[in-house]
Design a binder for this molecule. Sequence first.
Ligand code: 5AD
Ligand code: SF4
Length: 476
Amino acid sequence: MGTILDVNTRRKTQEPAAAPAPKAPSRSQTPATKRVFIKTYGCQMNVYDSQRMADVLAPIGYGLADSAEDADIVILNTCHIREKAAEKVYSELGRIRQTKEKREAKGGAPMTVAVAGCVAQAEGAEITRRAPVVDMVLGPQTYHKLPEMIAQLARQDGQVLETDFDTLEKFDELSIDRDVDGFAAFVTIQEGCDKFCTFCVVPYTRGAEVSRPVGQIVAEIRALAAKGVKEITLLGQNVNAYHGAADDGSTWGLGQLIRHLALIGGIERLRFTTSHPRDMDEDLITAHGDETKLMPYLHLPLQAGSDKILKAMNRGHTYAEYRDLIARIRAARPDIALSSDFIVGFPGETDEDFEDTMRAVEEIGYGSAFSFKYSVRPGTPGANLPDQVPEDVKSARLARLQDLLARQQTEFNQSLIGKTIPVLVENVSAKTPGQLFGRAEYLQGTHFMGGPELVGTIVNVKITDAGRNSLSGDLA
Ligand code: 5AD
Ligand code: SF4
C-alpha cells in the first residue's frame, strides 16, 4: 500500500490498506456510465501507460471521452524530460480549471483532475500547490491504483497522491486483457534506468531498471495477437538492458526474448525502443541478422559526436566505439536503417565539439533522428556543470543539425523509390477514396491504392515517390 499524503494539510497519514479493487470483469460486460479524457505527453511509454490507465478504469465504468469538457475525470499523463515538456502541464492545467468551472457552473457533474506520469513523480505535492485544481497525483508506477484512488477521493476531502515505486507490483496487478486499436501495439517490457546520463531525469522519475518476467510478456502479446495485432514494439527506457526471469528460473536477454516472441502465432513484426549502445550485446546483434520478424530499423541514440561531451554526459562509450558497433550491426543486417537522439549545447560543448557531432552524422548516415537543445533539469548532475551554452548558440547548432538530419531522412526515403517493400496496412484513407495507409518496415507512413479488405494485412508496395516523412507507391 502506498503512502497517502493529504496534500492540503501536508500531513502524512498512513491509511489502512484499502480493500483491493474487485477483479475486473471483461470490459464488454461493464457498460460505461462515466467518461475519462486522457491527454498524453512525451514518449511511447506514456502512450502505453495511457492505454493501460484506460484499461484499469474500464471495469469500474469509465469509457473514453473525446474532450476534457465531456469528462468526469481528466488525466494528464505528463513528461519531465525537458523543461518545455514539464511547463506545458501547468499551462494545460490552467485551461482545464476553466473547463471544469464552466462545466460545473452549467450544473454538470463535478470533474476530477489527475496528473500522472513523470512530472507527477518528480514534482509530487508541488503540483497540487501550484495548481489547486488537481485532485490526484500519481506516478508512473502507481496507475494500477487509480480505482482505489478514485474511491479514496470520494471518501475524503483534499488531494490524493501516490508516487511509490513498485514496477513489478504494477504489472502483476494489470490485466492482460487490453483494449486494442489497430494492428500495431506497444508492450512495455522494461522500465527505469541505471545509466545516469548526466542530462537525464529518467533514473529519478522512472526509478531503477526493472524487467518484466518473460511469461507475463508472452501472455500479454498472445492476448494482443488473438485480437488481431500483428506488430509489437517492445518498450523500455533502456530496453536492450532487458534481463527478465524466464519460467525455468534462467534470465533472458532481449535477443532471446525476441526469438521467443517471434514464435507467437499472428505476430509478424517486432521492434524495440529505446536502446543504449553499451547494452547492444552479441546475441541481439545476431538476432538482427537471423530473426526475420525483427524489423530492420534500430533506434540507437548517440547524443553527441565528441568524446569529451560523451564523457561529460556519462554515456560510457566513445564515438569510435559507437561507430564500430554500428559496423557490426550493419554487417549482421546490411539493410538496417538507423535512428538516433542528439542533444546540442550540453555544458562545455564548443564549436569544435559540435562539429564532431555533425561529422558523426555524416559518417553514420541516419534514416531518421530526433534532436534537442540541452535543457537544464534540476537535480541532474548536468544542471550544476560550468560552461552552460547560451540559448542562441544552441538554437543555431540545432538548426544546422536538423537540416543535415532532414536531408539524410529524405535521401533515405528516396533510396526506396523503385523498390518493392512490405507494408502493414493500418487503415483506409479518410480523405482519398480507395487509398490505403500503412507502415513500412522502416516506419514511414505509406500511401497506395487498394481495397479495404487489405486492412490488417502485410502487402508488397512498389515505391514510386518519397518525401521527408512518407512514401507512396502501387500494390505490387
Ligand atoms: N535536454 C535535452 N534533451 C534531453 N533528452 C533527455 N534529457 C534531455 C535534456 N535534459 C533527450 C535525449 C534522450 C531523449 C529521449 O531525450 O536525447 O535520448
Ligand atoms: Fe536517460 Fe537513456 Fe541515459 Fe537512461 S540511458 S539516463 S534513460 S538517456
